[in-house]
Design a binder for this molecule. Structure first.
Ligand code: DX5
Ligand code: ZN
Length: 213
């Protein structure tokens, strides 16, 4: 299991220190980019993520909750090993988004909202490295995990079959439910409030890792 802390729940005035505080036990850092159109919230974009990219060593996972992923993906200064995830419901076609992300050198991820059929991403599974299942409506941290995500993870895992596509799950995950998420087939666990809301972040991350084992 790879743990990807989401900086959405970090103190935005201290993003570099917040990222460093979880670095010892994180496999990658998850950055939630929102545009106020695709989701009713705004966070940070390429200038902020790129500035942090220059100062941090862990792989970045950039979750684009934006309407125009093909237009903005080229503005991220990624390194090999980074991943940019677009939403299949975005305005740009999946083909354009995938091509634009590939051009950056990042690996490609696709995500979908809880209400979107897995049929929408099934045809893309040969072209992506990560499939991110949202277990909350995208836009805000601190929401409750939707139990119907478990069946979707199992279904997606079957559809992936032998392909080299990692399932990531994002939203409402904590040490008390992570075991079920991993048992359903998730390889990458994104967690925001359960990590950054804890007084002892590394302790919280250890609890995740132990629960998933
Ligand atoms: C929600 C974001 C998530 C968010 C998860 O739209 O995509 O990455 O940070 O936060 P928690 O873990 O608090 O549900
Ligand atoms: Zn996210």
């Amino acid at each position: 299991m790879k743990l990807a802390p989401s900086l959405l729940s970090a103190d935005f005035a201290r993003l570099l220190d917040e990222a460093l505080s979880v670095t010892p036990l994180a496999s990658r850092l998850h950055w939630d980019v929102m545009d106020g159109h695709f989701v009713p919230n705004l966070t940070f974009g390429p200038p902020v993520v790129n500035a942090l990219r220059r100062r941090l060593d862990l792989p970045f996972e950039i979750h684009l909750m934006i309407s125009r992923p093909a237009e903005y993906a080229p503005r991220f200064e990624v390194r090999p090993g980074d991943c940019i995830i677009f939403h299949v419901e975005a305005l740009d076609s999946a083909e354009r988004a995938i091509a634009a992300i590939r051009q950056t050198g990042a690996s490609v991820g696709v995500s979908l909202r809880p209400g979107t059929s897995l049929e929408r991403i099934a045809p893309l599974l040969d072209d992506v490295s990560v499939a991110l299942v949202m277990s909350v409506e995208p836009g805000f941290g601190g929401q409750a995990f939707r139990p119907d995500a478990l069946e979707r993870i199992r279904d997606l895992s079957q559809r992936i079959g032998g392909r080299a596509v990692d399932i990531a799950v994002d939203g409402g995950i904590h040490a008390g439910n992570v075991a079920g998420v991993v048992a359903a087939g998730a390889e990458i666990i994104v967690a925001g409030s359960a990590i950054f809301g804890a007084a002892d972040r590394l302790g919280a991350m250890r609890a995740f890792l132990e629960a998933a084992r």
